[in-house]
Design a binder for this molecule. Structure first.
Ligand SMILES: NC(=O)c1ccc[n+]([C@@H]2O[C@H](COP(=O)([O-])OP(=O)(O)OC[C@H]3O[C@@H](n4cnc5c(N)ncnc54)[C@H](OP(=O)(O)O)[C@@H]3O)[C@@H](O)[C@H]2O)c1
Ligand SMILES: *[C@@H]1O[C@H](CO)[C@@H](O)[C@H](O)[C@H]1NC(C)=O
Ligand SMILES: CC(=O)N[C@H]1CO[C@H](CO)[C@@H](O)[C@@H]1O
Length: 224
């Protein structure tokens, strides 16, 4: 049994992306995590709060978000955990969120594009995009675009796009971008996660170009 336990633990270590050993503290930093009311987003938000950042939980369900915000406040002792409404399947909601955020906050140091739908039945966003590509890619694309100036002004800052190993199976089918010709929920997820990677690479390329003119600009870090 011991051997099997060890083997299992080794496999888990191999499959996970590694363990963060940084002891960096984040007082005075402002962080924003999408889909922070559960899963990876919630754990990330908790960790950022633990390190002293002011953390915005951007959630489509504000009630769920508030419960988690209170939990994080209690566990970390950090009061600065705030919830704001963001539905990435609706560009009106994304624009309203960004407008509110830009008005209320002077800085944004860390943007974590985490929210995601996975293998849902065929459905469309408010704007008519297939749900995976619409929420996981296009929604975060617009959000990042709207917050980019603030990130630049707050440099050193960073954008983290949460992709997945599933991107290896992804293909960008330009003739079937919205799944209108055929739809496979697993593959639709993979495509959207590939789009996350391509977006990150191109954004990194463009920001580096700007960096030659302005000096300090956001850094991009990609987590698989
Ligand atoms: N779990 C894994 O093994 C794994 C592996 C590789 C990559 N990932 C990536 O990690 C990220 C988080 O995954 P997870 O496992 O933590 O998923 P999860 O537990 O299902 O959480 C997903 C989050 O996204 C939110 N969300 C979904 N649609 C949204 C929308 N339209 N607007 C705003 N928020 C929305 C959900 O809100 P509700 O609670 O309201 O539904 C939830 O907070 C995803 O990008 C996923 O692709 C996960
Ligand atoms: C979706 O695609 C995957 C990978 O190619 C395949 O294994 C699966 O059977 C497909 N599902 C459907 C419902 O066609
Ligand atoms: C900016 C960055 O780190 N991009 C990486 C994201 O992950 C993909 C897949 O492993 C790499 O190819 C990129 O270089």
């Amino acid at each position: 049994p011991l051997l099997i336990d060890e083997l299992f633990s080794d496999c888990r270590k191999m499959l996970s992306s590694g363990i963060c050993t940084s002891t960096v503290q984040l007082p005075g930093k402002v962080a924003l995590v999408t889909g922070a009311n559960t899963g990876i987003g919630k754990e990330t938000a908790k960790e950022l709060a633990q390190r002293g950042a002011r953390v915005y939980l951007a959630c489509r369900d504000v009630q769920k978000g508030e419960l988690v915000a209170r939990e994080i406040q209690t566990v970390t002792g950090n009061e600065q955990v705030l919830v704001r409404k963001l539905d990435l399947s609706d560009t009106k909601s994304i624009r309203a969120f960004a407008e509110g955020f830009l008005t209320e906050e002077k800085h944004l140091h860390i943007l974590i594009n985490n929210a995601g739908v996975m293998m849902c039945p065929y459905s469309k966003t408010a704007d008519g995009f297939e749900m995976h590509i619409g929420v996981n890619h296009l929604g975060h694309f617009l959000l990042t675009h709207l917050l980019l100036e603030k990130l630049k002004e707050s440099a050193p800052s960073r954008i983290v796009n949460v992709s997945s190993l599933a991107h290896h199976l992804g293909r960008i089918h330009f003739h079937n971008l919205q799944g209108e010709k055929f739809y496979n929920a697993s593959l639709a997820y993979c495509h959207s996660k590939l789009a996350n990677i391509l977006f990150t690479k191109e954004l990194a390329r463009r920001l580096k170009v700007t960096a030659m003119w302005h000096g300090s600009l956001p850094r991009l870090v990609m987590r698989q």
